[in-house]
Design a binder for this molecule. Structure first.
Ligand code: ARG
Length: 344
């Protein structure tokens, strides 16, 4: 028997996490997709090894209840349609207790926390589910969290960060240039120490059931808010609404739902890249006891005009211009309510 150990952190950061930053990857508004993003990369590496050793089948440990079976199998099928896929836990209909029993019988050590919860972690997030978390009404106990301190135990002084973005992607923290892997690692540390990134999510799985998921994702939460803020400074309102309302949410749904291989995913990224060419600048973030505020932003491509916004310069728009605008702006609605004799 052979064992392969693969460290794909750098590729994960550069090719998966950074795309997700560009696309504001976030499922149902709360989950930064850490587990979902990792599955296509794992599948790719498994297929490479299957080819190298001449295997005619690959196996994974997913049950029938989750999203991961969909993500792994669709990516494997796309890369290697001839490879047989075997899912023993699913075939045997194993319960978690039976899985633990199986591991014990075969001398595979399982830690106490993995006995209690189902945990998946990588550079972008730590996902915890199952056990006591299956009661959505009960607050997660402190033992669930590994990456983040409890907000009430976080430092009494705020931490300020200056994040620099180029073409929609983060390149530096507090003036220090960092590659994607170093940057995400650093933000997980700083955010976690300030209690940032705890997420408690009622999640709609692809297989027809809801689940209560708890995540820790300090870097993902900081970068999501900082990047969206910079987009708000730079993009036109039409670009913003199209990107957030259509591109980002569609992309996040595809990634969550196991459809990394769907051609639309790449098309959405291309459309976003065109707009993100201007999402360059810096964002200042304040972290304090589990909360995060964006307290400043700057960009050479800012769409904000201080002159226009300033209430002390009254010359634009003129009274006449404003009246004309308001009249035409509301005309559709005014005609409709009159014709329909609607009460307002
Ligand atoms: N619910 C998340 C997802 O579908 C996380 C799954 C984590 N996997 C696990 N075995 N705990 O992406």
């Amino acid at each position: 028997m052979q064992h392969f150990y693969i460290d794909a952190k750098r590729e994960f950061a550069e090719e998966y996490i950074f795309r997700s930053i560009l696309m504001n990857g976030m499922y149902e508004g709360l989950y930064p997709l850490g587990t979902a993003l990792s599955r296509p990369l794992i599948a790719k590496r498994v297929v490479e090894i299957a080819r190298r050793v001449g295997a005619d089948a690959v196996a994974h440990g997913c049950t029938s209840k989750g999203n991961d079976q969909v993500r792994f199998e669709l990516t494997i099928k796309a890369l290697a349609p001839d490879l047989k896929i075997i899912a023993p836990a699913r075939v045997w209909g194993m319960t978690r207790a039976e899985e633990l029993e199986y591991a014990k019988r075969h001398g595979l050590p399982v830690s106490a926390e993995h006995r209690k919860f189902s945990i998946d972690d990588n550079l972008w997030s730590r996902s915890v589910e199952g056990g006591p978390l299956d009661d959505p009404a009960a607050e997660p106990s402190e033992e669930v969290f590994k990456w983040t301190v409890a907000p009430e135990k976080a430092p009494d002084k705020p931490t300020y960060l200056t994040l620099e973005f180029r073409d929609g992607l983060p390149i530096a923290i507090n003036g220090e240039r960092m590659d994607p892997l170093a940057l995400v690692t650093a933000l997980n540390g700083i955010g976690g120490a300030n209690g940032i990134g705890r997420i408690d999510h009622m999640e709609s799985r692809v297989v027809g059931l809801k689940s209560r998921e708890v995540y820790e994702a300090p870097a993902a939460v900081i970068l999501y808010h900082a990047h969206r803020d910079l987009e708000k400074l730079v993009l036109t309102p039409r670009e913003l609404r199209f990107k957030h309302g259509i591109l980002d949410t569609t992309w996040s749904d595809l990634v969550y739902q196991g459809l990394w291989v769907e051609p639309l995913r790449v098309a959405l990224e291309r459309a976003a890249e065109e707009m993100e060419r201007w999402v360059t600048g810096t964002v200042r973030v304040k972290l304090y006891k589990g909360a995060l505020w964006i307290v400043g932003r700057e960009s050479p491509y800012s769409s904000y005009s201080r002159e226009l916004a300033d209430y002390n310069r009254g010359w634009y728009p003129s009274d006449e211009e404003a009246r004309g605008f308001i009249k035409m702006w509301g005309l559709h609605s005014l005609i409709a309510i009159r014709r329909r004799r609607l009460a307002v």
